[in-house]
Design a protein around this ligand. Structure first.
Ligand code: SF4
Ligand code: SF4
Ligand code: FES
Length: 583
């Protein structure tokens, strides 16, 4: 078995220097250096050592992917270091162990580096009292909004108040009231009263998104988060601030008041809106998608995703989704053709409902009897690796030309790729398209015009937008189309096979850097729509006799053996964050 694929992108690192520390009495070895938010090596901090020891240190302003600010004080801990004598040598206990001197002052764990022999105490009465004090202070001006706050269920102020706070407040003075429901930008609403001034949103926007748009104005209790005067908060990454805001101060206009988060089913998935393939969580309830949020994958998107990809899900629930398997009986007048007159000249009959079994066996029969070279396949780079591989099997059997359709927009330096297809790399590695995607479309259209290609299979693309008009499609003997939404090509189909959105099936995509990543099913497909890999498997079996991969796991493993770039991969080895293959 080849081992060309790897689960890590980085080459083997040099030996890591470790130092011994104790967390709540338990000794462990911790790397002396870790990567900071920008990937630069910096001394490991107490909070990171505690995380390695699996000891929770509550925190608000600290975020592993942002510069450290150290302003909330929620992470205060007590600590001690080995005592040194006047000769700068360690003072020893009677049993020969180094004597540890407890510091008279606490330290913020997020910004304090560890040192050899350090002891960190996170559960002393002093630490408990400090946490209660910080929470009491943060809640002084915080409104009692929880029952109507969209953050309820994922609010760190609620959670830490329960875990580390006091049940009663001693504050009897009137609270400071700050602006509520501030329209910060096209996608964000700010409730300043809820803001605990952790500055996570400011640091993300400035240091990660490169947009110095947010800041804090006024002093003391009147500190207020705001956008730069006269400007709106509008870049392609604004909704990440909603994810990292530990309280309900920043909310998404798209998601707020739509669904309580504890009702959402969370499914691991991939964004399909560009070739980066950001890892996401799909939040759904009762077969409806409510939101996408980023899922951490340091090989792809760290903890972030762009607003464009995040909000590109509404089409999944569209009313006009294709839900029926349809076939066109030659010889009847069409109600779907562009015009009655034209329908008569191209003999366009009506579409009628049929079953998957009947449609697939008819298509299989036609493909088996099609003369070699009379079939062409236009696949979509929005399809999964498995689906493209099955289409390649059909193409190989019938000597079909294949290609895919390019889809481009503007990219940026952070995540958004100019290639808006999620799987052009997979389509190329599998052999469906060339590096310059779409190069064979014109020859395919010319062969249709010349009457050489008589059967066209189109998956997930409206080819009328790519240089083939309805009249040319009318010259085909058989047009087999699978899609999710209606378009000018589906209207011309002889066989119309309703497919699934990626959230309705399982599979893998290969991103622009060769990361093969799997995604899971979140919701059921509407009507008779079926995952394309399922019915393509049936079709390949009928046409080629090749069988043995009835599950997505089996299918992926079979494909990985067959496609050299994927050799060595298995469905299981992909894990949650994928594996990188040479491209
Ligand atoms: S809005 Fe949220 S993330 Fe921004 S400073 Fe306030 S609490 Fe922190
Ligand atoms: S960068 Fe691309 S993959 Fe990531 S969220 Fe945006 S559109 Fe989706
Ligand atoms: S998390 Fe350490 S000071 Fe805020």
């Amino acid at each position: 078995m080849s081992t060309t694929a790897t689960t890590e992108t980085k080459p083997a690192a040099p030996a890591i220097e470790k130092i011994k520390v104790k967390v709540d009495g338990r000794e462990l070895e911790v790397p002396r250096l870790t990567a900071d938010w920008s990937g630069k090596p910096v001394p490991t901090t107490m909070i990171q050592a505690c995380e390695l020891a699996k000891v929770e240190v509550p925190h608000y302003c600290y975020h592993p992917k942002l510069p450290v600010a150290g302003n909330c004080r929620m992470c205060l801990v007590e600590f001690g270091t080995p005592a040194l004598g006047p000769d700068r040598k360690p003072i020893l206990n009677p049993d020969g162990t180094p004597k540890v001197m407890k510091s008279p002052r606490p330290a913020i764990a997020c910004a304090t580096p560890i040192s050899p022999g350090m002891e960190i105490y996170t559960n002393t009465p002093g630490v408990k009292q400090m946490r209660e004090g910080v929470l009491e202070f943060l809640l002084i001006n915080h409104p009692l909004d929880c029952p109507i706050c969209d953050q309820a269920g994922e609010c760190k102020l609620q959670e830490y108040s329960v875990d580390y706070g006091q049940s009663a407040s001693r504050f009897v003075e009137p609270k400071v009231h700050k602006p509520k429901a501030v329209d910060l930008g096209p996608r964000i609403v700010l409730d300043d009263e809820r803001c605990i001034l952790c500055t996570r949103c400011i640091r993300f926007t400035k240091d990660i998104a490169g947009d110095d748009a947010l800041g804090i104005v006024n002093r003391g209790s009147y500190n207020t988060l705001t956008a730069y005067p006269g400007k709106v908060f509008d870049n392609n990454y604004t909704l990440n601030t909603v994810d990292i805001c530990p309280v309900g101060a920043l909310t998404s206009k798209d998601f707020r008041f739509q669904m309580r988060v504890w009702f959402l089913k969370e499914t691991k998935s991939i964004c399909t809106s560009c070739a980066t393939g950001c890892n996401i969580i799909v939040g759904s309830r009762e077969e409806k998608v409510y939101r996408y949020t980023p899922r951490e994958n340091n090989a792809v998107n760290a903890c972030w995703m762009c607003d464009y990809g995040r909000l590109n899900y509404k089409w999944i629930g569209r009313e006009d989704r294709l839900k029926e398997v349809l076939v066109r009986d030659v010889g009847q007048a069409s109600s779907l053709s562009p015009s009655k007159e034209k329908s008569e000249t191209v003999k366009m009959p009506v579409l009628r409902k049929t079953t998957w079994t009947a449609a697939l066996s008819e298509i299989a029969e036609k493909l088996k009897n099609a003369p070699h070279g009379s079939v062409a396949i236009i696949a979509s780079a929005r399809q999964t690796n498995e689906e493209l591989w099955l289409l390649k099997k059909l193409a190989d059997k019938s000597g079909a030309m294949t290609d895919s359709v390019g889809r481009f927009g503007e990219g940026d330096k952070l995540l958004l790729n100019a290639d808006r297809n999620p799987n052009k790399t997979g389509a190329r590695l599998i052999g469906i398209c060339q590096a310059s995607v779409g190069i064979k479309l014109r020859p395919i259209f010319e062969f249709i015009r010349a009457g050489k290609i008589k059967t066209l299979i189109v998956f997930g693309e409206d080819v009328t937008k790519n240089g083939i008009d309805a009249e040319l499609l009318g010259k085909l003997d058989t047009l087999i189309v699978s899609d999710i939404l209606p378009n000018a090509t589906t209207k011309q189909a002889h066989y119309l096979l309703p497919g699934c959105a990626h959230v309705e099936k399982r599979g893998t995509f290969t991103n622009t850097k060769g990361r093969v990543q799997k995604f899971m099913k979140a919701v059921e497909a509407p009507g008779d729509a079926r995952p394309e890999w399922e019915f393509l498997h049936d079709l390949v079996y009928h046409v080629t006799g090749q069988d043995g991969f009835l599950t997505i796991e089996g299918l992926f493993n079979e494909m990985a053996k067959d496609v050299s770039a994927f050799n060595g991969l298995t469905w299981a080895s992909l894990g949650d964050t994928g594996a990188t293959v040479p491209i």
